[in-house]
Design a protein around this ligand. Structure first.
Ligand code: A2P
Length: 317
């Protein structure tokens, strides 16, 4: 039902997944029952991170789905998790993935991503990061350790998240295994056109996080779901604003991982594959004013690696 893409690693990835980042944190039971509902609805791709604290309930829901026969094999699922910057030290990478696998109750993840192009000298996985805890990423050492995760069979594919074209180039220059995915903020109000062109040229798949604007995440906003222009298209089309956003992203060739812990909305977010946006609608959407929602401004300091928002994104703002 959900189309797939072939990653440069030779593995397939469903183009729609369920996001699990929520702030304030949702109860573990709510996450588990939402994942179970999603599996019932046909979701086979799940996005988590050690920082979201959703690995244990996701793992429990998977184990229960296997026990009850909702899925017959773990291989039917595509599970992504991420390396928290507090563990982005070469010697901590493999142990961090092993901890994630333990929390998930899995032998491997389908995709392991460097969560952010920085290192925090904090081992706890909190979003409450102070400027003084932010250090540059050891790109070479960390990527080599990511490659080791692949060689050990702990991750089928590896990639990055929140990387600019410049930072991706640095990884490509030293990689033996190139990143399969760059997971970035993307929605109609931040269309990532330039980064998508760069990734297409390099064979790196782009995955859109916060495809609805991330309302309810640490960095989120209502701007996307309350956009008047998108609302007009949605009304004329008989679709919801969320469906217009998701269909738009799908038509740009990226994968989408909308977060919902609500069964009706999980279902609504799947119903985007049997209709399309017209040329006029796509044209209207291409004129929307562009603004990044997650700026990373709280990571900026005089003495740190990011002296401005522009530094975080290498001018891609
Ligand atoms: P909920 O979990 O209550 O459904 P993003 O994927 O951009 O991070 O956005 C997630 C936010 O959007 C969450 O607050 C989620 O709330 C909400 N959401 C997800 N799907 C829909 C939908 N179809 N319509 C409206 N809001 C949605």
């Amino acid at each position: 039902m959900v189309p797939e893409t072939m990653l440069n690693s030779g593995h397939r990835m469903p183009l729609l997944g369920m996001g699990t980042a929520a702030y304030p944190l949702s109860s573990s039971q709510l996450v588990e029952s939402a994942v179970t509902a999603a599996i019932e609805l046909g979701y086979r791709h799940f996005d988590t991170a050690s920082a979201y604290q959703s690995e244990p309930p996701l793992g429990r829901a998977i184990s229960e789905a296997l026990r009850t026969g909702m899925i017959s094999s773990r291989d039917e699922l595509f599970v992504t998790t991420k390396l928290w910057p507090g563990h982005a030290d070469p010697h901590l990478v493999v142990p961090a993935l092993r901890d994630s696998l333990k929390a998930l109750g899995l032998d491997y993840v389908d995709l392991y991503l460097i969560h952010f192009p920085g290192r925090f000298n904090l081992t706890e996985t909190t979003f409450d990061v102070k400027k003084e805890n932010v250090f540059p990423l050891d790109t070479q050492g960390t990527w080599q350790a990511m490659e080791e995760c692949c060689r050990l069979g702990l991750a089928k594919s590896i990639g990055v998240s929140n990387f600019s074209c410049k930072k991706l180039s640095q990884v490509l220059d030293l990689a033996t295994i190139p990143p399969a995915v760059n997971q970035v903020e993307m929605h109609p109000l931040w269309d990532q056109k330039r980064l998508r062109e760069f990734c297409a040229e390099k064979g790196i798949h782009v995955s859109a996080y916060s495809p609805l604007g991330g309302k309810g995440a640490v960095w989120g906003s209502n701007a996307v779901l309350e956009s008047e222009e998108i609302k007009q298209i949605a009304q004329a089309k008989g679709k919801s604003i969320a469906q217009i956003c998701l269909r738009w992203a799908f038509e740009q060739g990226v994968s989408i991982i909308p977060k919902s812990f609500n069964k009706e909305r999980l279902k609504e977010n799947m119903e985007i594959f049997d209709w399309e946006l017209s040329k006029d609608e796509l044209q209207m959407m291409s004129t929307l004013p562009q603004n990044r929602i997650f700026s990373g401004d709280y990571l900026i300091s005089e003495d740190g690696p990011f002296k401005s928002v522009s530094d975080v994104w290498d001018g891609e703002i």
